[in-house]
Design a protein around this ligand. Sequence first.
Ligand code: 1YM
Length: 682
Amino acid sequence: MAKKKTATTKKKGGKKQEYGAKQISVLEGLEPVRKRPGMYIGNTAHAGLHHMIWEVVDNAIDEAMAEECDECIVTLLPDGYCSVEDNGRGIPVEKHPVTKISTLETILTKLHAGGKFGQGGYKVSGGLHGVGVSVVNALSEELHVEVKREGSLWDQDYKRGKPVRNVKKVKAARGTGTKITFKPDAEIFTELEYDWKYILDHLRQQAYLTKGLKIVLLDERNKEEKNSYVFYFEGGIASYAKYINHNKEVKQEKVFYVDKDVDDMKVEIALQYNTDYTETVFGFANNIYTVEGGMHIQGFRTALTRVLNNYARKQEILKEKDQNLSGEDVREGLTAIISVKLPEPQFEGQTKAKLGNAEVRPAVESVFSKAFQTFLEEHPRDAKEILGKCILAAQARVAARAARDTVLRKGALEGITLPGKLADCSSREPEECELYIVEGDSAGGSAKQGRDRNFQAILPLRGKILNVEKARLDKMLANNEVKSLVLALGTNIGDMFDIEKLRYHKVVIMTDADVDGAHIRTLLLTLFYRHFPELVKQGHLYIAQPPLYQIKRGAKMEYAYSEAEKEKIIKEMLKDVKGKKPEVVEGEVGEEKEEGEKKAGEIEVGEKVAGVIIQRYKGLGEMNPDQLWSTTMDPEHRLTKQVEVDDAQKADEIFDILMGSEVAPRKRFIQTHAKDVKNLDI
Ligand code: 1YM
């Protein structure tokens, strides 16, 4: 149960502070929120819709961080409603000294700039997008709030941010807590369907980051198909590190973990090495994922390299004076979580996802150095495994450099040595140039003929590229397909990588819409994710979206890129047909018919009742150059999907499962997902 129940909060350092009143700096009504929702929640589609839930959950997490709450229940309800309930102190209901209305109503109807409402100390809700529950209220068709406090239950209802009536005492009630039930407004959101898996992933992560908080997710949207999930991690981020490594072979028996307060900051770090060659380090500031890193990551990295070098020297594993482990060496196979909590986090960088507070760096450095040194001394077996791995990495680094030098530097010195298979474009302005990586020679041929050679280059890849997860840089560069790609990109690779040299600002992966295509796409994504992360981060990587269907009725012909679009086009085409709709015939492109042969139900052009003929595209090779251009490559008409490293962890996990050394998880994954594969090509 929660530890204390009072109307005051524990400020950092233990000082008590009255909630609310004095910290309100700017108070504004909610009109601006409904006018420009994107400014407050990013967008009004998938992300924005879910942001509504996060915003309310963040309040409960703040309450848990103040050690006043240990349970949060999120329920998806019928008709688009969602409720979030916690067992904290309950939002205060009495009259607010500044606004002269109930504090509860103030919290729900006033935008509080600066997020300085209520408790001092650390807050999730004041963070990157922390806009407060009033924004959720403004963007909800209806919102109902219930507060249990001081022996009573209080409630209030709102419509589109406006109170329907005053806060009212309903009845006597035991315990304390807050429950907010809301329905995102259909006038605002373009997407209203909750994404179960997305919510699950977010709540799991928040539970890892908030040690001891139990988060429950209930799906009650459909009476017949109820579903529920409970997350509770006593180990906090130590459990998180274990979870990330659960499909991998680990190098340490014990996960390293430290949790310490420094001044008004809280530093929490967990770490476990695995046998991979890549690094998985996640940084968080006040539970917000800092994709772009920042001071906490810098402090951690410096300390890690220093402590491991010192230890190796002391143990005489490193003997020569000038022999050193580099930062890269000590990060091979590293899984680490660095979570800091601080009163006023500063988020910087392009996406405001980089922690800027300078004071965090020395704090993390000193907490981690001390604790990790002790860990190595107390766990000599784990220390030996870790160091063994780092030394191997250092040796491989030397080998890789030699290999890369012969492959790439030679080429660079001799001038442009572009791979022979590359059909380059004539423009030399990277901003306007596009590189299409195309599966197979035949599709490559169509693409070469169909493209606009002014700015589109084509690189056909033959067969499967190397499984990069398992290969080191030196081995990878021996693979011709990879070599061609690296040369075409122009960026070089490894520690010579330079994003400034990228020759195309759009790199488009174009593979077939079948299982093989998906496999090659995953392999390429792995390659980019592991070895060209900056290229992905800066948004240069795309996936081409060839149409799935060609739909014809009479002289009309359209392409559909999704099932939903297919249905829409058919409906549109049959709009003028009254009474019994004509038969819809599905076929496959390339499934040639004999002359004169007529498929059952197919209606030929010119007949009185015209039918719709749907053809499913199996491969890019089935399109002629013109079709490939107009459906998939023409910037005016094509669909491309930008690849984001938004959820690096998810991508990493699938890569590991599909490509990693462990066979069992891969088998499990394929068995679980086999039923989702509709068009299995054997
Ligand atoms: C389901 C959403 O909002 N819980 C919640 C919010 C608050 C408190 C407790 C709380 C905070 C404080 C004192 C304090 C908030 N209170 C305020 C304010 N769950 C949810 N649980 N007492 C209760 O921060 O000092 C803002 S949020 F400002 F009124 F104190």
